[in-house]
Design a protein around this ligand. Structure first.
Ligand SMILES: Cc1ncc(COP(=O)(O)O)c(C=O)c1O
Length: 393
């Protein structure tokens, strides 16, 4: 069978695969500790649920504007201007989609041609390379190190840019590392980008989850670059609404128009009820967001103290998001397994601990632990990790 080379070239999502295996084991009655998921463990705020129930009861159940309901696009435009300093965002320049993932995919499909290059850094969010490949372009990956807090430098970016570069993706706070670029670091990358006419995609899904070490800064607020920046955000992480599937972006008008066309001809509007819920989330959840942020900060400190006590393990103290990115590459050469992927298989099969291997993020030798879990689960998870390290030593 002659299938799409673009699709065949892309990997499946390894995080979804590990989660599926952990869920199957749990269904068989096995006590699996899963720290592999990429979602907050809090219930969606009540005010959001109430808005959704009201929308159902008011029969807000028909197709909406394909690019999202006007009220929500207006609220998103205001959020981008007041919270992120983006200049003059018009609601008609906002596209609401079925999750931030969908936003990113729509933008990449609308901008990429065969042979284009899209720059990103490793460790990267699992879906970027596959989405870039499906869009017909080539991922160009900048390697980063723990010593440099997994951030690309202006010199690395400069060296990676070519006439074929269509877009550069920045993700701060980062999944999987939790690192954040400081405002000065973003400005320094921006200086490099001023000289190269390409799009800049800023994935800010974890904006609301940061712990005070670094101030969140949107590259779209830099006047010289604003006309080329696509700023992506959504409700999944900030408001614990992963299952509702609402994301949004703004960017150059011509690109947003084509991205809206892609959406209009594929999925049409995002779920009508979820859009009403997302609107309530943007307008009425300040206290809920702060409660979750503080709780993630507390868990980060607790988990960091647990990892610090395990020998031969390095990790990055995250500035944001809810992941610990743990480096076991020092230990691997003398272990019974040779890769972090094999380590994760053993950890799941023998120690019933699900975490995601760094290979999924272009960072072999590392593991991603989510700390979006109860204290008890987190403690058990780190204990099982330590037991796996000892058993495989
Ligand atoms: C960095 C990053 N960007 C975008 C997304 C997409 O989120 P969603 O499609 O749930 O809005 C995720 C989800 O895991 C993510 O981690």
């Amino acid at each position: 069978m002659n299938l799409s080379a673009r699709v065949l070239s892309a990997n499946e999502s390894q995080t979804l695969a590990i989660n599926a295996k952990a869920k199957t084991m749990k269904a068989q009655g096995i006590d699996v500790v899963s720290l592999a998921t990429g979602e907050p463990d809090f219930p969606t705020p009540q005010v959001v649920k109430d808005a959704a129930i009201k929308a159902i009861n008011e029969n807000f159940t028909y197709y909406t504007e394909a690019n999202g309901i006007p009220d929500l696009r207006k609220a998103v435009a205001e959020k981008f201007m007041t919270e992120n300093g983006l200049p003059d965002i018009k609601p008609e320049n906002v596209l609401v989609s079925t999750g931030g993932k969908h936003s990113i995919f729509n933008a990449l499909l609308a901008m990429c041609n065969e042979g284009d290059e899209v720059i990103l850094n490793a460790p990267f969010w699992v879906s970027y390379p596959a989405m870039i490949q499906i869009a017909g372009a080539k991922p160009v990956i900048i390697e980063t190190t723990l010593e440099n807090r997994f951030k690309m430098t202006p010199a690395q970016l400069e060296a990676a840019l070519t006439p074929k570069t269509k877009c550069v993706i920045l993700n701060s706070p980062s999944n999987p590392t939790g690192t954040m670029y400081t405002p000065d670091e973003i400005k320094a990358l921006g200086k490099v980008l001023e000289k190269h006419d390409c799009f800049i995609m800023s994935d800010e899904l974890y904006e609301k989850i940061s712990f005070g070490s670094v101030e969140h800064f949107s590259i779209g607020s830099i006047a010289e670059l604003a006309h080329r920046v696509i700023t992506v955000n959504g409700v999944s992480k900030a408001y614990s609404m992963t299952g509702w599937r609402v994301g949004f972006m703004t960017g150059p008008a011509a690109l947003m128009k084509e991205a809206a066309k892609v959406q209009g001809q594929s999925t049409s509007n995002p779920n009508s009820i979820a859009q009403k819920a997302a609107l309530a989330a943007l307008l009425h959840t300040k206290a809920d967001v702060e409660m979750m942020r503080k709780e993630f900060a507390r868990r980060r400190d607790m988990v960091a103290a647990l990892f610090a006590a395990i020998p031969n393990v390095d990790f990055l103290m995250p500035d944001g998001a809810f992941y610990m990115f743990v480096d076991i590459s020092k230990a691997l050469p003398t272990m019974k397994v040779t890769t972090s992927f094999d380590f994760c298989q053993e950890a799941l099969d023998k120690h019933h601990l699900a975490v995601v291997p760094g290979e999924a993020f272009g960072a072999p030798g590392c593991l991603r632990f989510s700390f979006a879990a109860s204290d008890e689960t987190l403690k058990k998870g780190v204990e099982r990790f330590a037991a796996a390290m000892t058993a495989l030593a």
